[in-house]
Write a protein that binds this ligand. Structure first.
Ligand code: AMP
Ligand code: ZN
Length: 138
């Protein structure tokens, strides 16, 4: 499954060159051209899905083990001391390329700092009401 005019379809399938870290039948892993830190990688399925909700079960199941493999290689190969696995779905969540991808972002002692969320506050009854709204539609 490919989509016409999708840049990540073209990169994942080798039609546009990229700094490729890893490739197998289902995925290509490339370096992000706007890295949050040195070695920031993107896992691209070779098939087109607009986001994680659209992905088939095999693709979805392959993403997290591959992120662990790439993150481990960042620690061994780049001296990273940790890594973040980030996956954006929808414009409000920061998704800018609508071909499913997973960011693997190596983290180093001493930086760079990467913005995260400020923890808020929620009372137990509010948490319970919110949980009920989600679980009611599962
Ligand atoms: P997202 O905001 O989760 O959709 O992430 C899209 C990411 O793709 C951004 O971090 C971009 O820097 C990156 N990106 C966009 N086009 C390319 C490209 N041609 N090669 C490498 N990375 C890209
Ligand atoms: Zn695509």
């Amino acid at each position: 499954m490919r989509e016409e005019n999708c840049i990540f379809c073209k990169i994942a399938n080798g039609e546009i060159p990229s700094a490729t870290v890893y490739e197998d039948d289902g995925f290509r892993v490339i370096l992000d051209m706007g890295p949050a830190s040195k070695g920031h990688a993107l896992i691209l399925p070779k098939s087109h899905f607009k986001d994680i909700c659209a992905a088939d079960a095999q693709t979805a199941a392959g993403l997290l083990p591959l992120a662990a493999k790439i993150g481990s290689a960042m620690k061994a190969g780049l001296g990273a001391s940790g890594f973040n696995v980030v996956q954006n779905n929808g414009t409000s969540a920061g998704q800018t390329v609508f071909h499913l991808h997973v960011h693997v972002i190596p983290r180093y002692d001493g930086g760079p700092k990467i913005v995260a969320w400020e923890p808020g506050k929620a009372e137990p009854d509010e948490l319970a009401r919110t949980a009920a709204k989600i679980s009611a539609v599962l």
